[in-house]
Design a protein around this ligand. Structure first.
Ligand code: HEM
Length: 523
């Protein structure tokens, strides 16, 4: 009996143990399986947007951070130093040639190397751009920057190349650039006399805007006139547009249409309506006035196009608005960085002024025709573009239009491709002492910055290279020469070179300086 009870007890214990284990197993399986699938899905190089593409049979594999669950690399990408974080990450993962990461459900590759940058920018495989909701709503899909790379986009680029960016037209706009430079110099001197300190950012932005408005619309501004009101309105619109496009919108990275936490869509709709009203009004008035042949502005050129090339009014508004939008901040931001470096390095400033005094003298103003004789001044601009590229991630990404291989790695169609130009221009294996500001390096070696040399391509490269690069550079060179020729620049406080990436790479703390008249200004 004792034996029977003992046997039963052991069966009971066994049964209890077995069922407990079974329960635990069932319970833990219920938990582990989804966890296993989730981890398997998420823990792949590049994160979970890449989970279906990391198991291709042969060939080199992509490297990249796993990132956060669901969000991927979004928390880092949204920061104001995304270019630096991506650069550090690529170096630590030994993925500078090509790194994969996820932005929500969006697959992204990024190159931090000239070879792979050339593959991405140079060919036709990445000739589209991923379009953000805000860019679409602000009409940029019907302008050059975001139009898909088909017939319409080619048509727009051709028109812009002839009527907005041709060497003849850029040369023809010198008088305008000089006029705006004169206005800025007066403003700088007035501000200096009044406040003993000059805040350059506002002055450069205002100058850039009135320069581009006049070259696009041909409206000469007079104080208190309706044109001056128009400038104010457009200034405000560019600012708002910049703010909205710079903002990371979760909707761009997830296929869900209700993630508009910041009300970006509503604000874009409102701004687009204002732009259509204001720019549309200018177009209508110009049409009513007739005779477009006399004007040297882009709007007149668009209206005078032959019938087969003509744009609809809506498309014209989008293209004109894009020119104003892109042409304002890029130039102003670059010049602010240049002047920050100028006040920070008095020896470099003195050398540039010496060059101006030798080639231009002190009895006349600098002109466009002097610029080829100012190689040191041009080297300063190149060195600033290297150290502080206005588009460190080349502003707007590219999109793979079909399946393609980059660096022999398979990249599926629909992948977003970026180039980290900041990482390339700060790479010690490419540039000697990259963190040293030394314009002389470009006197020792002539490096083209127009897109053929991917070690320094601040305007991008290939078929979607910046069409405004020659106009932008002509403006920056002349204005810099005028500012250095007429003033000695001194910092008003310690210069803070901290960066803040929004649409462009801005100075986090605006530059404050003092000026002392020199040359003609001091007489
Ligand atoms: C310092 C001045 C400038 C810099 C650093 C700059 C930089 C860039 C960069 C990096 C791109 C992307 C290129 C690529 O994807 O390969 C771009 C595109 C573009 N830029 Fe500029 N830009 C400047 C001035 C201008 C100006 C003055 C205008 C017009 C008035 C302009 C209009 C455009 C347009 C329309 C595109 C889109 C091109 C396309 O998608 O086909 N840019 N720019």
């Amino acid at each position: 009996m004792k034996l029977f009870m003992l046997a039963n007890l052991s069966i009971l214990v066994f049964w209890f143990g077995a069922t407990t284990i079974l329960h635990q197993t069932v319970f833990s399986t219920a938990l582990t399986l989804p966890l296993f699938f989730f981890l398997n899905y998420w823990l792949v190089p590049g994160g979970f947007a890449w989970s279906n593409y990391q198991n291709s049979p042969k060939g080199p594999k992509l490297r990249g951070p796993v990132g956060w669950p669901v969000l991927g690399f979004l928390p880092h990408q949204m920061g104001s130093l995304a270019h630096q974080k991506l650069s550090t990450m690529a170096t630590s993962l030994k993925a500078t040639r090509l790194m994969a990461f996820s932005l929500g459900t969006t697959r992204v590759i990024i190159s931090s190397h000239p070879d792979t940058a050339r593959e991405i920018l140079g060919g036709s495989s990445f000739s589209d751009r991923p379009i953000k909701q805000s860019a679409k709503l602000l009409m940029f899909e019907r302008a050059i920057g975001f139009a898909p790379s088909g017939t319409y986009w080619r048509h727009l680029r051709r028109i812009a190349a002839v009527h907005m960016f041709s060497p003849r037209r850029i040369g023809g706009l010198e008088a305008l650039r000089q006029k705006v430079a004169n206005e800025m110099i007066v403003e700088i001197w007035d501000e200096m006399k009044e406040n003993r300190v000059v805040g350059l950012k506002e002055i450069l932005q205002k100058g850039s805007l009135s320069n581009i408005i006049e070259s696009v619309f041909g409206l000469e501004e007079k104080e208190g006139s309706s044109t001056s009101n128009l400038t104010l309105m457009l200034h405000d619109m560019v600012k708002q547009g910049y703010e909205l496009i710079s903002r990371s919108n979760l909707e761009d990275y997830f296929p869900l249409r209700f993630l508009d936490f910041y009300g970006v869509k509503r604000k874009c709709h409102k701004l687009a309506a204002e732009v259509s009203c204001v720019v549309g009004q200018i177009v209508r008035e110009r049409k009513r006035a007739g005779d477009f042949s006399a004007g040297n502005d882009f709007l007149s050129a668009l209206l005078a196009l032959p019938q087969e090339d003509k744009l609809t009014d809506t498309d014209m508004v989008a293209v004109l608005w894009e020119m104003v939008f892109r042409g304002t901040d890029t130039v102003a931001i670059l010049l602010e960085w240049i002047m920050a470096r100028i006040v920070l390095h008095p020896d470099i400033q003195a050398k540039a002024q010496q060059e101006l005094d030798t080639h231009v003298g002190n009895n006349r103003l600098v002109q466009d025709s002097d610029l080829p004789n100012l190689p040191y001044l041009q080297a300063i601009v190149k060195e600033v573009l290297r150290m502080h590229p206005p588009g460190p991630l080349l502003s707007w990404a590219r999109l793979a239009v079909h399946d393609v291989h980059v660096d022999k790695v398979f990249i599926p169609a629909g992948t977003t491709a970026m180039v980290n130009m900041w990482a390339i221009t700060h790479d010690p294996s490419i540039w000697k002492d990259p963190s040293e500001f030394r314009p002389e390096r470009f006197i020792e070696e002539d490096v083209s910055i127009m897109g053929s040399d991917l070690r320094l391509a601040p305007f991008g490269s290939g078929r979607r290279v910046c069409p405004g690069k020659a106009l932008g550079l002509a403006t920056v060179h002349l204005w810099l020469a005028r500012l250095l020729h007429q003033f000695k620049w001194i910092p008003a406080e310690a210069v803070d070179l901290s960066e803040c990436l929004r649409l462009s790479l801005e100075m986090k703390k605006p530059l404050a300086c003092r000026v002392v008249p020199r040359g003609m200004m001091s007489q």
